[in-house]
Design a protein around this ligand. Structure first.
Ligand code: G3H
Length: 254
């Protein structure tokens, strides 16, 4: 089995003006580890993509947070996969819980976006996660299995292996409540087992699976010590350039 290269992905959500984005990128560019050690990614608002891509440097990469699945069309306010790709993004967040809950994104939409991502050579960062009520009623595995099955429908193994999966328990996003490293690792093992179910164990062992939900500079090290946590998808704490470098440095030591 090849070593899984760790991934640190910042999700800026709807934060940062143009000047703030530039300040961040100048601070981190040149300071992130080599890409052979860590994939360092900023998932930025669509309107900032091109600005950041032009300054991404050798080891930093830019991703988008959302796109439509259609090639083109009358969808006011949306961005097409080709627009995201030609803006220079390499990654696309798909199925973030905020898209699912605030914008009504369904598992079917998630699957169509997965297919579109591969069609346009964008690496999907597929987000899955359970609600607090699911965990309390011991439905976590059931919920995650269903999200994964639907997301990977019609995606063949050669593509599935390139997907980065982010496990984000919804109750831990922006709440300050982190899953314990053991809990996150156990659940990520279940996610990996589901990928093995769908595509076999070799692919499951190659797929990178991240943890997301209140990751901070003071818990990243513990999380990354776990066997199956291959990195993190980070919101709030990754808005600070210093923190982002703490995260990428921690991942380089995994
Ligand atoms: O995409 C990132 C997640 O929603 C986690 O956000 P957070 O680190 O602010 O909890």
């Amino acid at each position: 089995m090849n070593k899984r290269i760790p991934v640190i992905a910042a999700n800026w959500k709807m934060y940062k003006t143009k000047d703030e984005a530039l300040e961040f990128i100048f601070a981190v560019n040149g300071n992130v580890p080599e890409r052979s050690q860590v994939e360092s990614i900023i998932c930025a608002p669509a309107i900032l993509l091109n600005l950041l891509v032009k300054r991404e440097g050798e080891h930093l990469r830019i991703g988008a947070q959302n796109m439509h699945y259609a090639d083109e069309g009358a969808f006011t306010g949306e961005n097409s996969p080709a627009q995201v790709k030609t803006a220079g993004a390499d990654y696309i967040l798909i199925g973030h819980s905020e898209r699912r809950s605030y914008f009504g994104e369904t598992d079917k939409d998630v699957n169509l976006k997965m297919q579109a991502a591969f069609k346009y050579d964008l690496t999907p960062i597929l987000c899955v996660g359970e609600q607090l009520a699911d965990r309390e009623s011991h439905q976590t595995k059931h919920v995650l299995d269903a999200q994964l099955e639907k997301a990977f429908d019609k995606i063949d193994a050669s593509k599935a292996v390139k997907t980065i999966i982010a496990y984000e328990p919804v109750w831990a996003i922006g709440t300050g409540k982190t899953a314990t490293p053991e809990m996150a690792n156990d659940t990520i093992k279940e996610v990996r087992a589901k990928v093995a179910d769908l595509y076999g164990s070799e692919i499951a062992q190659s797929v990178r699976i991240l943890y997301g939900g209140s990751v901070k500079p003071n818990n990243i090290h513990e999380l990354l010590k776990e066997s199956d946590i291959d990195g993190a998808l980070i919101g709030g704490a990754a808005l600070e350039s210093n923190n982002f470098l703490v995260f990428t440095d921690a991942a380089s030591k995994k």
